[in-house]
Design a protein around this ligand. Structure first.
Ligand code: BGC
Length: 451
């Protein structure tokens, strides 16, 4: 779909000198080499093998970042990135999820981190971006409380090896997506439909595992900064009907509050207190709370909710009535980012945050001269970065902005069909071609200013 970018009336913004800029990525989406150097299978390999990826593709090669990371980091450096958030593949480091460590897996991350540092970029490591070792899934995965031990041990091993060079450690990427998409609607691995209680259980076990991991990392090494990454979306009711309003409150609790209230307050949201009573055990609330240094916020759009009995939490998706949509069919709602940053500041006392992911897929076209002109993506990034500027002016404690993503990559169940990169990847030749948005972003970083 091609829609003319809207002209926003937001004022021009100059960002603070120490504001950090860069991109985020996930191991499974870019690395490839899924069967190399002793990596164990993950739930996404199993999901893919079941034929559940829309275009029938797999992540076996993906962007081949495992072999081409130096080239990719050179692109980051050329664009002036000052930070890069990547994830570690748990099954590369611990092929069976726990127990024997794979030295070749750790060695890969040594090489990667060294290259990032050599480029003058701050490495930010995320421990879990959805590629759970299949062996742990076979023990019940996130349904099983015992996963907390395995996760804490993995975190400790990673920090022991890389903590001398990586200052920032993030535990989970989007626990709400893991719970809802992986264990509620079955469109992500492990492809389960557990119902409301199952989804809440998976959310709570991620909170537990995360709390244990923070303490394990802290005990292993001092001087590190800790955080987690949440996908936050303001939930709005489709109408003023009381049942739609109640649906939006319920969805907000499941989607935004369980992860946030867990780590920041050691609490479960009131509307879910009764449902979570049988899941939360004595001592759990102290375990899930941790004084993090930096919260990563992933923002893509708002959510419009309506009462729909029979769906998860009796909540369905309403019509957002947006003027623009991305290639994923998601509404483009930059002001939702401003709303959520302000709401977050009001609710949680303004701790330090950064935008850990923001970006858009569009159906890019390669011009006859080989260039990729992507004005819609440029408009998307510009409009969202402006809103970050507006939030900063309103006193929000935002420290940086990372685009999703540097490269086109394996977009989970959508396979290779959806392109989020500011750099195009030709999946036949693996050639990287910076798009117009890459140059626009580089210029924004250089000037620290968005017009
Ligand atoms: C995830 C990414 C994903 C992106 C676009 C985020 O929810 O963290 O892995 O590719 O959204 O769907």
């Amino acid at each position: 779909m091609s829609v003319a970018p809207a002209v926003s009336a937001a004022p021009a913004r100059t960002f603070p000198k120490d504001f950090f800029w860069g991109a985020s990525s996930a191991a499974y989406q870019i690395e490839g080499a899924t069967e190399e150097d002793g990596r164990g299978p993950s739930i996404w390999d199993t999901f893919t093998a079941r034929g559940l990826i829309k275009d029938g593709s797999s992540a076996r090669v993906a962007c081949d970042h495992y072999h081409r990371f130096a080239e990719d980091i050179a692109l980051m450096k050329q664009a002036g990135f000052t930070a890069y958030r990547f994830s570690l593949a748990w099954p590369r480091i611990l092929p069976a999820g726990r127990g024997a460590v794979n030295p070749a897996g750790l060695a890969f991350y040594d090489r990667l981190v060294d290259e990032v540092l050599k480029a003058g970029i701050r490495p930010m490591a995320c421990l879990y971006h959805w590629d759970l070792p299949q062996a742990l899934e076979d023990e019940g995965g996130w349904r099983n409380r015992a996963i907390a031990d395995a996760f804490a041990d993995y975190a400790r091993i990673a920090v022991a090896r890389l903590g001398d060079r990586v200052p920032d450690w993030f535990t989970l990427n989007e626990p709400n997506v893991v719970a809802i998409n992986g264990h509620g609607s079955a469109d992500h691995a492990p492809g389960l439909r557990l119902g409301d209680q199952g989804v809440l259980t998976v959310l709570h076990h991620q909170n537990l595992a995360q709390g244990d991991a923070f303490r394990a990392m802290q005990a292993e090494r001092s001087g590190l900064r800790f955080g987690t990454v949440c996908n936050l979306q303001p939930a709005r009711p489709e109408s003023d009907r009381p049942e739609d309003r109640a649906a939006a409150i319920r969805w907000d609790a499941v989607w935004n509050r369980v992860p946030l209230d867990g780590v920041l307050r050691g609490a479960v949201p009131d509307v879910l207190a009764e449902s979570m009573q049988e899941i939360v055990q004595p001592g759990d609330l102290e375990r899930i709370r941790f004084p993090i240094d930096l919260l990563g916020i992933n923002y893509y759009s708002r959510m419009t909710m309506r009462y729909e009995p029979g769906r998860l939490f009796d909540v369905g998706w309403g019509d957002p009535h947006a003027e623009r949509y991305t290639g994923m069919g998601w509404p483009v709602q930059p002001d939702g980012l401003y709303d959520l940053l302000l709401e977050f500041k009001q609710l949680y006392g303004n701790p330090a945050v950064f935008i850990a992911e923001n970006g858009a897929a569009y159906d890019d076209v390669v011009s006859p001269d080989g260039a990729v002109h992507d004005p819609e993506r440029v408009a998307f990034l510009r409009d969202h970065i402006r809103e970050v500027g507006r939030a900063l002016a309103a006193g929000c404690n935002v420290k940086g902005y990372l685009v999703w993503s540097l490269l086109d990559n394996f977009e989970w169940a959508e396979g290779l069909t959806k392109r989020f990169g500011i750099v195009r990847v030709d999946y036949d030749t693996l050639t990287r071609t910076p798009k117009d948005s890459y140059r626009w972003f580089a210029e924004t970083i250089r000037t620290g200013h968005v017009a």
